[in-house]
Every structure is written in structure tokens, then in C-alpha cells.
Design a protein around this ligand. Structure first.
Ligand SMILES: [Zn+2]
Length: 361
């Protein structure tokens, strides 16, 4: 280490202002203040990629969904018609822009597989929303500092294992299945091999659980948390998306089942739940039940369910009318959802937990 004498300091200052500055720092009596401890990185584990297939994305949104009120509301709320020549492009632009400015460091972005028939062939008549894995991978590659890809593979497809292996070769480590929309019973014995492979390769398996209101459902019984047991028993790390919740009048009450499952797999430690859609209309009661359960609260991972919007005003009773009104005005849906959950006492902790699980320490 250089010992700074006054002569050396003056000489150095004459040679270079940069050196002079460094020298002055070295001679300073007070050591520079320690930088504030860096905050831990955060992740939103549940963000949908969508498209209308109008820019060769291969995405599908059925006429039934396109004519529904939710699709129209999303297109309007995100101003998708004004941003780019196609809905495909406008959605990607909006998603990337909002995620970048959301306050979370990374997002897991989801594809959506089709419905398959008894022979394992795609059934396009019954498929209302479809986002191909290759399109997802292409989009995520453009934003690899921000996005983590989550492919979607319906285990009922004839080539499910081949598709899983193909995605593994591309470096994919997160997978999503939506049993009630994709019409698949993941508890069936014939799918054990699929989950065994996921466990072997340490693929994080995300499965929709609980009630569903954003797309036509084949059978809501397929969304029961109990259906996760075989995948958990094979050793998979499983995220029960939406933590088995529903709206107040939804039956059956699947949240009880999620609580039971958490206790049964507490020692094994491979079951998590996410908070996707829990900031939206109608889920306030089940969100409160989740937060009141210490074990459940400790297993929650932050997820927004973008583009489905949170409704902070619905939580005015808990977070106060002023805070709710301020959050309601936020235009960035990912930021809005994160801030609402932070106000509810679960935002940052669950987003840091999600980052550790998906990206590592
Ligand atoms: Zn979702």
C-alpha cells in the first residue's frame, strides 16, 4: 500500500486530477462512510406472456375470449391498440416496459400450452389461450437480464417428455401447468414419469390451483391442491399458483386443502404457494386467511399475474382509504401489485424469497 506523504500528494496532483482525488481520499481523516447494505434482489414469479398471433407469434386467443369483457378491458387498460402495429408486439413492449420500471429485479414469464385429446393430440377447438414455448423463449432472449422463461407443457400431450427434454436443453428450469384450463388430471398415474423427470432435473413446477375466472374452464375439480401430491411425492419442488384461493362465493373451498397440504409437506419442504391474482377483486377474504396462517405466510412467493390487474381499492379496509386510492392510480400494473402486497406486509419478503428459489442466492 502506498504511504501518502505531502510531497507525493502534490506531485500526484500535478500529474493527474484523478490521482489527486484518490490521494485526497487516502489522506482524509474520516474513512468514507460504509455503503448502505445492498438490498436483496426481488422477483415476480407469475407474469403472463400473451399475444393474438397477428405477428407470427403462434399465440392464440379464441374468439370467445376476445369477445369477452376481460380481454377488452385488458386491451384498453394497457392501451395495446395505440402502441404498435400488432397486438403481439404491443404486448411484449408493454410487458418489458412495465417490468423494467416495476421495482422488482426480475420476472418469470409464462407460456401457455393447449388442451390435448385422449390420444395426446392438440385440441384447438377447446384451446382458448395458447402461447408457444418457442415464442416465449424468443421474447425472453431479448430481455434476458429481466426475464426468466417458464415454458408450459401439458403432461397429457403425446410428446410431453420430448418437449420437456427439448426445453431442458435450452436451459429452461421452470414449467407451468394449468390443469383446469388445459383439461389435465396431473394426479393420474400415467404422468408420474413426467414429474420424475422434472424432479431429476430440478425443474420448478408451477401448477394452477384454486378457482379460475379469466378463461373457460374444462373442469374446476382439476384445480384442487390435492392433485399436487404425486408431483410432490416424486420430489418435485412445486409452486401452487394462487395458493388454492378463490372468491368468496366460489365452491368448493380449496384453500383448506392447500393448508392441509402445506402441513403434510412441511418437513419435505418442497411446496410453495404464489400470491398471483390475490390483489384482485374478490380475493381479499382468502388473501387475509393466507396471511393469518403463519406456515402459509412463510411459504408465499410474490407473483402479480400480470396483465390481470390488482384492485387496491378492494383492500381499503386493511391498508386505509388514502393508501388504497394512491395505489389505485398507479399505471404500471406490476409495480402496483408489488406495492399493494408490500402494504399488506408480504410484498418484499415474498419477492426476495421468489428470487432465491428461482435464481439462487
Ligand atoms: Zn396466471
Amino acid at each position: 500500500m502506498i504511504r501518502w506523504t505531502r510531497r507525493r500528494f502534490v506531485a500526484a496532483a500535478a500529474i493527474s486530477p484523478w490521482l489527486a482525488q484518490r490521494a485526497a481520499q487516502a489522506l482524509a481523516v474520516e474513512p468514507p462512510a460504509r455503503p448502505a447494505r445492498e438490498r436483496a434482489p426481488t422477483l415476480d414469479i407469475h407474469i403472463h406472456l400473451m399475444g393474438a398471433g397477428d405477428d407470427r407469434s403462434g399465440c392464440v386467443v379464441s374468439q370467445a375470449v376476445q369477445k369477452g369483457p376481460l380481454f377488452k378491458l385488458l386491451v384498453e387498460k394497457l392501451q395495446l391498440r395505440d402502441k404498435a402495429p400488432t397486438l403481439d408486439q404491443a404486448f411484449v413492449q408493454t410487458l418489458a416496459g412495465q417490468l423494467k420500471d416495476s421495482g422488482v429485479d426480475k420476472g418469470v414469464v409464462l407460456a401457455q400450452d393447449a388442451v390435448y385429446d385422449a390420444q395426446g393430440r392438440p385440441d384447438w377447438r377447446k384451446t382458448h389461450v395458447y402461447v408457444p414455448n418457442d415464442y416465449l423463449l424468443k421474447v425472453v432472449a431479448q430481455y434476458s437480464d429481466l426475464m426468466v422463461p417458464c415454458v408450459s407443457i401439458n403432461p397429457a400431450r403425446a410428446d410431453a417428455l420430448d418437449e420437456l427434454n427439448r426445453c431442458l436443453e435450452k436451459g429452461v428450469r421452470v414449467l407451468k401447468i394449468h390443469p383446469p384450463i388445459q383439461g389435465v388430471d396431473i394426479a393420474e398415474r400415467k404422468h408420474r414419469g413426467f414429474f420424475r423427470r422434472c424432479a431429476e432435473k430440478k425443474v420448478l413446477v408451477m401448477v394452477h390451483t384454486g378457482h379460475e375466472h379469466s378463461a373457460p374452464v374444462v373442469d374446476i375439480e382439476l384445480a384442487r391442491p390435492e392433485k399436487l401430491r404425486p408431483a410432490l411425492d416424486e420430489g418435485c419442488t412445486v409452486v401452487a399458483c394462487h395458493s388454492g384461493t378463490g372468491r368468496e362465493h366460489d365452491r368448493p373451498d380449496m384453500l383448506q386443502e392447500f393448508f392441509r397440504l402445506l402441513r403434510d409437506y412441511e418437513k419435505q419442504g418442497n411446496l410453495w404457494g404464489d400470491t398471483a391474482v390475490l390483489g384482485s377483486y374478490g380475493r381479499t377474504r382468502d388473501f387475509a386467511r393466507l396471511l393469518a396462517d403463519d406456515l402459509a405466510k412463510s411459504r408465499l412467493l410474490h407473483g402479480s399475474d400480470f396483465p390481470f390487474p390488482a384492485i387496491p381499492l378492494g383492500f381499503a379496509g386493511t391498508i386505509g382509504a388514502t393508501k388504497a386510492a394512491v395505489l389505485q392510480l398507479e399505471k404500471n400494473l406490476i409495480r402496483q401489485d408489488f406495492a399493494l402486497k408490500e402494504a399488506l406486509g408480504i410484498g418484499r419478503a415474498s419477492a426476495e424469497q421468489a428470487y432465491r428459489l428461482v435464481v439462487g442466492k
